[in-house]
Design a protein around this ligand. Structure first.
Ligand code: 9WN
Length: 466
Protein backbone atom coordinates (compact mmCIF):
# COMPACT_ATOMS: atom_id res chain seq x y z
CA UNK A 1 0.00 0.00 0.00
CA UNK A 2 1.30 3.48 -0.82
CA UNK A 3 2.35 5.67 2.06
CA UNK A 4 -0.32 8.17 0.94
CA UNK A 5 -3.08 5.58 1.36
CA UNK A 6 -1.59 4.59 4.68
CA UNK A 7 -1.76 8.17 5.89
CA UNK A 8 -5.36 8.56 4.72
CA UNK A 9 -6.34 5.35 6.53
CA UNK A 10 -4.68 6.50 9.73
CA UNK A 11 -6.43 9.86 9.53
CA UNK A 12 -9.78 8.11 8.96
CA UNK A 13 -9.25 5.81 11.94
CA UNK A 14 -8.35 8.76 14.17
CA UNK A 15 -11.44 10.62 12.97
CA UNK A 16 -13.59 7.55 13.60
CA UNK A 17 -12.25 7.31 17.16
CA UNK A 18 -13.03 10.99 17.78
CA UNK A 19 -16.57 10.56 16.45
CA UNK A 20 -17.09 7.62 18.81
CA UNK A 21 -15.67 9.53 21.76
CA UNK A 22 -18.00 12.45 21.03
CA UNK A 23 -20.98 10.07 20.89
CA UNK A 24 -20.01 8.65 24.30
CA UNK A 25 -19.63 12.15 25.75
CA UNK A 26 -23.09 13.11 24.47
CA UNK A 27 -24.49 9.97 26.06
CA UNK A 28 -23.02 10.85 29.49
CA UNK A 29 -24.45 14.37 29.35
CA UNK A 30 -27.89 13.08 28.34
CA UNK A 31 -27.84 10.37 30.99
CA UNK A 32 -27.02 12.90 33.76
CA UNK A 33 -29.55 15.47 32.49
CA UNK A 34 -32.15 16.26 35.17
CA UNK A 35 -34.32 18.49 32.94
CA UNK A 36 -32.93 21.98 33.27
CA UNK A 37 -29.81 21.11 35.27
CA UNK A 38 -27.26 18.28 35.22
CA UNK A 39 -26.08 16.20 38.15
CA UNK A 40 -22.31 16.33 38.54
CA UNK A 41 -22.01 12.51 38.51
CA UNK A 42 -24.66 9.79 38.84
CA UNK A 43 -23.86 8.32 42.29
CA UNK A 44 -21.15 10.29 44.05
CA UNK A 45 -22.56 13.76 43.24
CA UNK A 46 -26.36 13.72 42.82
CA UNK A 47 -26.76 17.54 43.09
CA UNK A 48 -25.97 20.61 41.00
CA UNK A 49 -22.48 21.98 41.61
CA UNK A 50 -21.63 25.50 40.59
CA UNK A 51 -18.42 25.31 38.56
CA UNK A 52 -19.38 21.86 37.25
CA UNK A 53 -22.50 23.45 35.79
CA UNK A 54 -20.43 26.10 34.05
CA UNK A 55 -18.20 23.49 32.37
CA UNK A 56 -21.29 21.39 31.61
CA UNK A 57 -22.83 24.42 29.88
CA UNK A 58 -19.78 24.59 27.62
CA UNK A 59 -20.33 20.96 26.57
CA UNK A 60 -24.11 21.24 26.33
CA UNK A 61 -23.76 24.19 23.97
CA UNK A 62 -22.71 21.65 21.32
CA UNK A 63 -25.89 19.62 21.87
CA UNK A 64 -28.32 22.51 22.19
CA UNK A 65 -27.55 26.14 22.96
CA UNK A 66 -31.07 26.46 24.41
CA UNK A 67 -30.46 23.61 26.87
CA UNK A 68 -27.01 24.99 27.70
CA UNK A 69 -28.51 28.38 28.54
CA UNK A 70 -31.05 26.68 30.82
CA UNK A 71 -28.25 25.03 32.79
CA UNK A 72 -26.81 28.38 33.85
CA UNK A 73 -30.20 30.01 34.34
CA UNK A 74 -31.24 27.14 36.63
CA UNK A 75 -28.12 27.63 38.75
CA UNK A 76 -28.48 31.42 38.88
CA UNK A 77 -32.12 30.93 39.91
CA UNK A 78 -30.62 30.15 43.34
CA UNK A 79 -28.28 33.12 43.51
CA UNK A 80 -28.13 34.74 46.94
CA UNK A 81 -29.22 38.34 47.57
CA UNK A 82 -25.56 39.29 47.96
CA UNK A 83 -24.84 38.01 44.46
CA UNK A 84 -23.20 34.80 45.65
CA UNK A 85 -23.78 31.73 43.50
CA UNK A 86 -23.97 28.75 45.86
CA UNK A 87 -21.49 25.93 45.40
CA UNK A 88 -24.26 23.32 45.61
CA UNK A 89 -27.97 23.48 44.82
CA UNK A 90 -29.38 20.38 46.46
CA UNK A 91 -31.60 18.03 44.53
CA UNK A 92 -34.70 17.54 46.69
CA UNK A 93 -35.30 14.17 45.00
CA UNK A 94 -31.91 12.69 45.89
CA UNK A 95 -32.03 9.90 48.51
CA UNK A 96 -31.18 11.28 52.00
CA UNK A 97 -28.08 9.11 52.38
CA UNK A 98 -26.59 9.92 48.99
CA UNK A 99 -24.24 12.80 49.85
CA UNK A 100 -22.86 14.28 53.03
CA UNK A 101 -23.13 17.09 54.04
CA UNK A 102 -26.52 17.19 52.31
CA UNK A 103 -29.48 19.62 52.30
CA UNK A 104 -30.53 18.99 55.90
CA UNK A 105 -27.01 19.88 57.04
CA UNK A 106 -27.14 23.16 55.13
CA UNK A 107 -30.81 23.95 55.82
CA UNK A 108 -29.75 26.68 58.25
CA UNK A 109 -28.27 28.61 55.33
CA UNK A 110 -31.87 29.23 54.25
CA UNK A 111 -32.35 31.24 57.45
CA UNK A 112 -29.89 33.86 56.23
CA UNK A 113 -31.73 36.99 55.00
CA UNK A 114 -29.64 36.77 51.82
CA UNK A 115 -30.52 33.15 50.99
CA UNK A 116 -32.87 32.35 48.10
CA UNK A 117 -36.27 30.72 48.79
CA UNK A 118 -35.93 27.07 49.85
CA UNK A 119 -36.37 24.22 49.16
CA UNK A 120 -34.26 23.47 47.24
CA UNK A 121 -31.61 24.27 49.81
CA UNK A 122 -28.21 25.53 48.85
CA UNK A 123 -24.85 25.48 50.56
CA UNK A 124 -23.54 28.88 51.60
CA UNK A 125 -20.12 28.41 50.03
CA UNK A 126 -19.22 29.27 46.44
CA UNK A 127 -16.85 27.96 43.73
CA UNK A 128 -14.66 29.41 40.95
CA UNK A 129 -16.64 31.68 38.58
CA UNK A 130 -16.35 29.90 35.22
CA UNK A 131 -19.93 30.96 34.42
CA UNK A 132 -19.33 34.08 32.29
CA UNK A 133 -16.83 32.09 30.20
CA UNK A 134 -19.53 29.45 29.72
CA UNK A 135 -22.21 32.00 28.86
CA UNK A 136 -19.94 33.48 26.20
CA UNK A 137 -19.27 29.99 24.84
CA UNK A 138 -23.03 29.51 24.36
CA UNK A 139 -23.04 32.70 22.32
CA UNK A 140 -19.97 31.67 20.27
CA UNK A 141 -21.53 28.32 19.38
CA UNK A 142 -24.92 29.87 18.57
CA UNK A 143 -23.27 32.47 16.36
CA UNK A 144 -21.29 29.82 14.55
CA UNK A 145 -24.41 27.70 14.02
CA UNK A 146 -26.45 30.70 12.79
CA UNK A 147 -30.25 30.67 12.40
CA UNK A 148 -32.82 31.46 15.07
CA UNK A 149 -30.48 30.26 17.84
CA UNK A 150 -28.57 33.54 17.51
CA UNK A 151 -31.49 35.72 18.67
CA UNK A 152 -32.26 33.25 21.41
CA UNK A 153 -28.64 33.29 22.59
CA UNK A 154 -28.62 37.09 22.63
CA UNK A 155 -31.81 37.05 24.72
CA UNK A 156 -30.08 34.60 27.07
CA UNK A 157 -27.08 36.91 27.40
CA UNK A 158 -29.45 39.78 28.25
CA UNK A 159 -31.04 37.64 30.95
CA UNK A 160 -27.82 36.32 32.48
CA UNK A 161 -25.68 39.48 32.22
CA UNK A 162 -27.06 41.35 35.29
CA UNK A 163 -26.79 38.14 37.32
CA UNK A 164 -23.17 37.64 36.28
CA UNK A 165 -22.40 41.27 37.08
CA UNK A 166 -23.90 40.83 40.56
CA UNK A 167 -21.93 37.59 41.08
CA UNK A 168 -18.61 39.14 40.10
CA UNK A 169 -19.46 42.22 42.16
CA UNK A 170 -19.98 39.98 45.20
CA UNK A 171 -16.55 38.41 44.70
CA UNK A 172 -14.82 41.76 44.18
CA UNK A 173 -16.33 43.23 47.37
CA UNK A 174 -17.27 40.66 50.02
CA UNK A 175 -14.44 38.35 49.01
CA UNK A 176 -11.84 41.05 48.57
CA UNK A 177 -12.48 43.69 51.22
CA UNK A 178 -8.73 44.52 51.11
CA UNK A 179 -8.99 45.49 47.40
CA UNK A 180 -6.05 43.17 46.73
CA UNK A 181 -7.36 41.74 43.45
CA UNK A 182 -7.35 38.26 45.02
CA UNK A 183 -10.41 36.33 46.16
CA UNK A 184 -10.62 35.06 49.76
CA UNK A 185 -12.02 31.59 50.30
CA UNK A 186 -13.46 30.29 53.60
CA UNK A 187 -13.21 26.59 52.90
CA UNK A 188 -11.09 24.32 50.66
CA UNK A 189 -14.34 23.25 48.96
CA UNK A 190 -14.62 26.80 47.62
CA UNK A 191 -11.38 26.35 45.70
CA UNK A 192 -12.82 23.31 43.89
CA UNK A 193 -9.44 21.64 44.50
CA UNK A 194 -10.37 20.45 47.97
CA UNK A 195 -7.41 18.49 49.35
CA UNK A 196 -4.69 20.17 47.30
CA UNK A 197 -1.40 20.48 49.23
CA UNK A 198 -1.72 24.23 48.65
CA UNK A 199 -4.12 24.21 51.64
CA UNK A 200 -2.10 21.90 53.90
CA UNK A 201 -0.37 24.56 56.01
CA UNK A 202 -3.49 26.72 56.43
CA UNK A 203 -5.62 23.69 57.30
CA UNK A 204 -3.07 22.34 59.78
CA UNK A 205 -3.62 25.50 61.82
CA UNK A 206 -7.36 24.79 62.13
CA UNK A 207 -8.05 23.18 65.50
CA UNK A 208 -11.01 20.85 65.29
CA UNK A 209 -13.33 20.93 68.32
CA UNK A 210 -16.13 18.54 69.28
CA UNK A 211 -17.66 16.96 66.20
CA UNK A 212 -20.53 14.48 66.24
CA UNK A 213 -19.81 11.41 64.12
CA UNK A 214 -20.82 11.79 60.48
CA UNK A 215 -21.12 9.44 57.51
CA UNK A 216 -18.64 9.19 54.61
CA UNK A 217 -21.06 8.23 51.84
CA UNK A 218 -18.45 9.33 49.31
CA UNK A 219 -16.26 6.32 50.13
CA UNK A 220 -19.01 3.95 48.91
CA UNK A 221 -18.59 5.24 45.38
CA UNK A 222 -14.85 4.90 44.84
CA UNK A 223 -12.78 1.77 44.36
CA UNK A 224 -10.34 2.72 47.13
CA UNK A 225 -10.62 5.24 50.01
CA UNK A 226 -7.16 6.60 49.11
CA UNK A 227 -8.84 8.30 46.11
CA UNK A 228 -10.78 10.64 48.43
CA UNK A 229 -9.70 13.07 51.17
CA UNK A 230 -8.62 11.46 54.45
CA UNK A 231 -10.74 11.48 57.62
CA UNK A 232 -8.41 14.10 59.12
CA UNK A 233 -9.15 16.33 56.08
CA UNK A 234 -12.86 15.64 56.37
CA UNK A 235 -12.95 16.50 60.08
CA UNK A 236 -11.54 19.87 59.20
CA UNK A 237 -13.98 20.35 56.31
CA UNK A 238 -16.96 19.56 58.52
CA UNK A 239 -15.58 21.67 61.36
CA UNK A 240 -15.19 24.67 59.03
CA UNK A 241 -18.78 24.19 57.85
CA UNK A 242 -19.88 24.19 61.49
CA UNK A 243 -18.09 27.49 62.10
CA UNK A 244 -19.55 29.07 58.97
CA UNK A 245 -23.04 28.01 60.07
CA UNK A 246 -22.34 29.39 63.56
CA UNK A 247 -21.42 32.71 61.92
CA UNK A 248 -24.89 32.58 60.26
CA UNK A 249 -23.17 32.47 56.85
CA UNK A 250 -22.60 36.20 57.31
CA UNK A 251 -19.56 37.53 55.46
CA UNK A 252 -18.56 40.09 58.11
CA UNK A 253 -18.85 37.54 60.92
CA UNK A 254 -16.86 34.99 58.95
CA UNK A 255 -14.14 37.46 58.08
CA UNK A 256 -13.85 38.47 61.72
CA UNK A 257 -13.58 35.04 63.31
CA UNK A 258 -12.95 32.28 60.80
CA UNK A 259 -9.68 30.30 61.14
CA UNK A 260 -9.37 29.50 57.41
CA UNK A 261 -9.11 32.69 55.29
CA UNK A 262 -6.98 32.19 52.20
CA UNK A 263 -6.36 34.14 49.00
CA UNK A 264 -6.88 31.60 46.20
CA UNK A 265 -4.93 32.40 43.04
CA UNK A 266 -6.69 29.90 40.77
CA UNK A 267 -10.10 31.26 41.79
CA UNK A 268 -8.79 34.81 41.31
CA UNK A 269 -7.33 34.04 37.87
CA UNK A 270 -10.58 32.45 36.71
CA UNK A 271 -12.34 35.61 37.88
CA UNK A 272 -10.03 37.76 35.72
CA UNK A 273 -10.72 35.57 32.67
CA UNK A 274 -14.44 35.57 33.51
CA UNK A 275 -14.37 39.37 33.74
CA UNK A 276 -12.83 39.48 30.25
CA UNK A 277 -15.75 37.33 29.07
CA UNK A 278 -18.18 39.60 30.94
CA UNK A 279 -16.77 42.64 29.17
CA UNK A 280 -17.51 40.98 25.82
CA UNK A 281 -21.01 40.07 26.99
CA UNK A 282 -21.51 43.68 28.16
CA UNK A 283 -20.80 44.84 24.60
CA UNK A 284 -23.11 42.21 23.09
CA UNK A 285 -26.02 43.27 25.30
CA UNK A 286 -25.17 47.00 25.00
CA UNK A 287 -24.73 47.44 28.73
CA UNK A 288 -24.73 50.89 30.32
CA UNK A 289 -21.53 52.92 30.05
CA UNK A 290 -20.45 52.63 33.70
CA UNK A 291 -20.29 48.83 33.49
CA UNK A 292 -17.34 48.80 31.09
CA UNK A 293 -15.15 50.89 33.40
CA UNK A 294 -16.25 48.88 36.42
CA UNK A 295 -15.36 45.54 34.81
CA UNK A 296 -12.12 46.87 33.30
CA UNK A 297 -11.09 48.05 36.79
CA UNK A 298 -11.85 44.59 38.21
CA UNK A 299 -9.63 43.06 35.53
CA UNK A 300 -6.77 45.46 36.28
CA UNK A 301 -7.10 44.83 40.01
CA UNK A 302 -7.04 41.05 39.44
CA UNK A 303 -3.83 41.31 37.42
CA UNK A 304 -2.21 43.42 40.12
CA UNK A 305 -3.12 40.80 42.72
CA UNK A 306 -1.67 37.98 40.66
CA UNK A 307 1.50 39.99 39.93
CA UNK A 308 2.00 40.39 43.66
CA UNK A 309 1.71 36.61 44.18
CA UNK A 310 4.36 35.72 41.61
CA UNK A 311 7.29 33.65 42.84
CA UNK A 312 10.13 34.20 40.33
CA UNK A 313 12.12 31.28 41.67
CA UNK A 314 9.33 28.76 41.04
CA UNK A 315 7.97 30.52 37.95
CA UNK A 316 4.52 30.14 39.50
CA UNK A 317 2.06 32.12 41.63
CA UNK A 318 1.48 31.30 45.29
CA UNK A 319 -1.67 31.34 47.42
CA UNK A 320 -1.67 33.47 50.55
CA UNK A 321 -2.78 32.61 54.08
CA UNK A 322 -4.44 35.75 55.47
CA UNK A 323 -4.55 34.41 59.03
CA UNK A 324 -0.85 33.49 59.17
CA UNK A 325 0.19 36.38 56.91
CA UNK A 326 2.36 34.09 54.76
CA UNK A 327 2.41 32.78 51.19
CA UNK A 328 1.57 29.08 50.81
CA UNK A 329 4.41 27.50 48.91
CA UNK A 330 3.25 24.54 46.79
CA UNK A 331 3.88 23.25 43.28
CA UNK A 332 0.35 22.76 41.98
CA UNK A 333 -1.49 23.57 38.76
CA UNK A 334 -3.01 26.58 40.52
CA UNK A 335 0.41 28.23 40.16
CA UNK A 336 -0.33 28.71 36.44
CA UNK A 337 -2.91 31.32 37.46
CA UNK A 338 -1.48 34.16 35.30
CA UNK A 339 -1.73 31.94 32.21
CA UNK A 340 -5.43 31.46 32.95
CA UNK A 341 -5.98 35.15 33.72
CA UNK A 342 -4.50 36.02 30.28
CA UNK A 343 -2.73 39.10 28.91
CA UNK A 344 0.57 38.39 30.62
CA UNK A 345 3.88 39.93 29.49
CA UNK A 346 6.05 37.87 27.04
CA UNK A 347 8.59 37.30 29.87
CA UNK A 348 5.91 36.02 32.25
CA UNK A 349 4.46 33.79 29.55
CA UNK A 350 7.88 32.36 28.83
CA UNK A 351 8.45 31.62 32.54
CA UNK A 352 5.03 29.99 32.86
CA UNK A 353 5.58 27.78 29.84
CA UNK A 354 9.03 26.81 31.12
CA UNK A 355 7.46 25.76 34.44
CA UNK A 356 4.63 23.92 32.65
CA UNK A 357 7.04 21.96 30.45
CA UNK A 358 9.61 21.33 33.20
CA UNK A 359 10.05 17.98 34.94
CA UNK A 360 7.80 19.34 37.70
CA UNK A 361 4.78 19.06 35.37
CA UNK A 362 4.48 18.00 31.70
CA UNK A 363 8.14 16.94 31.44
CA UNK A 364 8.00 14.46 34.32
CA UNK A 365 9.42 11.21 32.95
CA UNK A 366 6.83 8.90 34.55
CA UNK A 367 3.74 10.54 33.07
CA UNK A 368 1.58 8.28 30.93
CA UNK A 369 0.52 11.26 28.78
CA UNK A 370 1.83 14.83 28.83
CA UNK A 371 -1.11 16.22 30.81
CA UNK A 372 -0.43 18.17 34.00
CA UNK A 373 -0.78 16.39 37.35
CA UNK A 374 -2.88 18.53 39.73
CA UNK A 375 0.07 18.52 42.11
CA UNK A 376 3.64 18.18 40.90
CA UNK A 377 5.27 14.80 41.61
CA UNK A 378 8.13 16.90 43.04
CA UNK A 379 5.87 18.41 45.72
CA UNK A 380 5.86 17.02 49.27
CA UNK A 381 2.44 15.45 49.79
CA UNK A 382 2.08 14.38 46.14
CA UNK A 383 0.00 11.23 45.75
CA UNK A 384 -0.83 9.88 42.26
CA UNK A 385 -4.25 8.52 43.26
CA UNK A 386 -5.48 10.94 45.88
CA UNK A 387 -7.95 13.43 44.42
CA UNK A 388 -6.25 16.85 44.03
CA UNK A 389 -2.88 15.70 45.37
CA UNK A 390 -1.59 14.39 42.03
CA UNK A 391 -4.21 12.97 39.65
CA UNK A 392 -4.90 14.80 36.41
CA UNK A 393 -8.28 16.50 36.06
CA UNK A 394 -9.67 17.00 32.53
CA UNK A 395 -11.38 20.28 33.42
CA UNK A 396 -8.06 21.75 34.50
CA UNK A 397 -6.54 20.56 31.23
CA UNK A 398 -9.39 22.32 29.42
CA UNK A 399 -8.69 25.57 31.27
CA UNK A 400 -4.98 25.37 30.41
CA UNK A 401 -5.71 24.45 26.78
CA UNK A 402 -8.10 27.39 26.45
CA UNK A 403 -5.56 29.67 28.13
CA UNK A 404 -2.74 28.57 25.81
CA UNK A 405 -4.96 29.35 22.82
CA UNK A 406 -5.70 32.80 24.20
CA UNK A 407 -1.99 33.31 24.86
CA UNK A 408 -1.23 32.68 21.16
CA UNK A 409 0.26 29.21 21.71
CA UNK A 410 -1.88 27.06 19.36
CA UNK A 411 0.67 24.25 18.94
CA UNK A 412 1.13 23.75 22.66
CA UNK A 413 -2.64 23.96 23.11
CA UNK A 414 -3.15 21.33 20.42
CA UNK A 415 -0.65 18.95 22.05
CA UNK A 416 -2.44 19.29 25.38
CA UNK A 417 -5.80 18.70 23.71
CA UNK A 418 -4.54 15.58 21.92
CA UNK A 419 -2.98 14.10 25.04
CA UNK A 420 -6.11 14.83 27.10
CA UNK A 421 -8.32 13.16 24.51
CA UNK A 422 -6.03 10.12 24.39
CA UNK A 423 -6.35 9.83 28.14
CA UNK A 424 -10.15 9.95 27.92
CA UNK A 425 -10.29 7.48 25.03
CA UNK A 426 -8.25 5.09 27.16
CA UNK A 427 -9.82 5.67 30.57
CA UNK A 428 -13.39 6.91 29.95
CA UNK A 429 -15.11 9.99 31.38
CA UNK A 430 -13.66 9.69 34.85
CA UNK A 431 -13.56 12.39 37.46
CA UNK A 432 -9.74 12.24 37.60
CA UNK A 433 -6.89 9.96 36.51
CA UNK A 434 -3.66 8.50 37.87
CA UNK A 435 -1.04 10.52 35.95
CA UNK A 436 1.39 7.57 35.78
CA UNK A 437 -0.93 4.70 34.81
CA UNK A 438 -3.86 6.58 33.25
CA UNK A 439 -6.28 4.65 35.49
CA UNK A 440 -9.73 6.20 35.97
CA UNK A 441 -10.27 7.35 39.57
CA UNK A 442 -13.18 8.85 41.52
CA UNK A 443 -16.57 8.93 39.82
CA UNK A 444 -17.45 7.35 36.47
CA UNK A 445 -19.43 9.31 33.92
CA UNK A 446 -18.51 12.65 35.43
CA UNK A 447 -20.55 15.27 33.57
CA UNK A 448 -17.94 18.02 33.34
CA UNK A 449 -15.38 15.57 31.92
CA UNK A 450 -17.78 14.59 29.15
CA UNK A 451 -18.55 18.27 28.58
CA UNK A 452 -14.98 19.41 28.08
CA UNK A 453 -14.29 16.38 25.88
CA UNK A 454 -17.19 17.39 23.66
CA UNK A 455 -15.89 20.93 23.45
CA UNK A 456 -12.43 19.66 22.48
CA UNK A 457 -13.93 17.38 19.85
CA UNK A 458 -16.29 19.78 18.16
CA UNK A 459 -14.93 23.24 18.89
CA UNK A 460 -11.86 23.03 16.69
CA UNK A 461 -13.17 25.62 14.30
CA UNK A 462 -14.46 28.04 16.95
CA UNK A 463 -12.74 31.35 16.85
CA UNK A 464 -11.37 32.02 20.30
CA UNK A 465 -10.40 35.65 20.55
CA UNK A 466 -7.24 36.45 22.46
C1 9WN B 1 -17.20 19.09 47.46
C2 9WN B 1 -18.48 18.01 42.10
C3 9WN B 1 -17.39 18.54 43.01
C4 9WN B 1 -16.40 19.45 42.27
C5 9WN B 1 -15.17 19.77 43.12
C6 9WN B 1 -14.55 18.47 43.59
C7 9WN B 1 -15.59 17.66 44.38
C8 9WN B 1 -16.99 17.98 46.44
C9 9WN B 1 -16.70 16.67 47.16
O1 9WN B 1 -16.71 17.40 43.57
O2 9WN B 1 -15.93 18.40 45.57
O3 9WN B 1 -17.63 20.28 46.83
O4 9WN B 1 -17.62 16.13 47.77
O5 9WN B 1 -15.57 16.20 47.13
O6 9WN B 1 -13.43 18.71 44.36
O7 9WN B 1 -14.24 20.49 42.36
O8 9WN B 1 -17.04 20.66 41.95
O9 9WN B 1 -17.94 17.42 40.97
Amino acid sequence: MSSKNNLVMRAETALGAEVQLAARARHVLRQNDMGDWTCAAPNLYPHQWSWDSAFITIGLAHLSTRRAAKELLALFGHQWGTGKVPHIVFNSEAPPDSYFPGPEHWACAAASPDAPPAPPYTSCLCQPPVHAIAALRVWEVAERNGGEGVDEARAFLRQIYPKLLLWHGYLMTHRDPEGSGLVTIYHPWESGTDNSPRWDAALAAVEVGDLPSYPRYDLRHVANPSERPTSADYDRYIWLVKLIKKASCDETNIYRSHPFLVKDILFSAILVAANEALLKIAALVEAQDGDYTLIANWIARGHRGLDGSWDPELGLCLNYDLRAGTPLRALTVAGFAPLIAGRQSPERLEALIAALESSAFLGHPWLRWPVPPSTSPLQVGFHPRSYWRGPTWPVINWLLWWSLLRAGEPERAQRLRQASLQQLAFGGFGEYFDPFTGELLGANDQSWTAAVALDWLVADDLLIAA
